[in-house]
Design a protein around this ligand. Structure first.
Ligand SMILES: C[S@@+](CC[C@H](N)C(=O)[O-])C[C@H]1O[C@@H](n2cnc3c(N)ncnc32)[C@H](O)[C@@H]1O
Length: 184
């Protein structure tokens, strides 16, 4: 069976993150992805998790605590993520775009900061590392973000990165899709 969108995103991440590795959650939200990344890196690795909302980091901290896992939680825009990373290189980063489920829908990711964050994290990515982006475009800002992200991703030089789009094209209601960027 074809993998579902979120499962496929995780498969791509798990393949790129070794035990002891370094991974970034660019949109912490409720912490599901942060917790998943910690399961990939294991206790010997490092996960940095960013969100602009205090509530998101609070929810993420609670989820990690319940699972007995740890990550560095940072309340700042992912545009600035690279400046917090102490390691020389990262194995992977994940973006789950959109708004915090169950919260203010006007606080959402935007194309300009998302693209800036991808650019700076690409510089930190090790060869063979991956940036995985789950794009939700069923809301107005999401549609604008998708319309800016796709040409940006398609324009990345093929000598430096491979870019994949994984999408079910016969589903109703603007289902999310995956963009993945792998460094050569
Ligand atoms: C769809 S949610 C993420 C879901 C999350 N990955 C999870 O596992 O629960 C998107 C999150 O991105 C956050 N966000 C929006 N703009 C951001 C930015 N510039 N930098 C970091 N986080 C941002 C929102 O506050 C929201 O919590």
């Amino acid at each position: 069976m074809l993998s579902r969108i979120l499962d496929f995103a995780r498969e791509l991440l798990a393949e790129a993150i070794p035990a002891g590795g370094t991974a970034i959650d660019a949109t912490a939200g409720n912490g599901h992805d942060t917790l998943f990344l910690t399961s990939c890196t294991g206790p010997a690795g490092k996960v940095y998790s960013f969100d602009i909302q205090e509530q998101a980091l609070h929810n993420t901290a609670a989820r990690l605590k319940e699972a007995g896992a740890a990550a560095e939680l940072i309340q700042d825009s992912h545009e600035n993520a690279a400046s917090y990373i102490k390691e020389a290189a990262i194995d992977a980063a994940v973006f789950n775009l959109g708004y915090l489920p169950g919260s203010d829908k006007t606080i959402t990711t935007t194309s300009s900061s998302t693209i800036q964050a991808i650019k700076s994290l690409l510089e930190k990515l090790r060869p063979g590392g991956r940036i995985v982006i789950v794009v939700y475009y069923g809301h107005p800002e999401g549609m604008q973000e998708k319309d800016a992200l796709l040409p940006f991703a398609a324009s990345l030089p093929q000598e430096e990165v491979k870019v994949l789009r994984y999408e079910f094209i016969n589903q109703r209601n603007s289902p999310p899709f995956v963009l993945a960027v792998e460094k050569r």
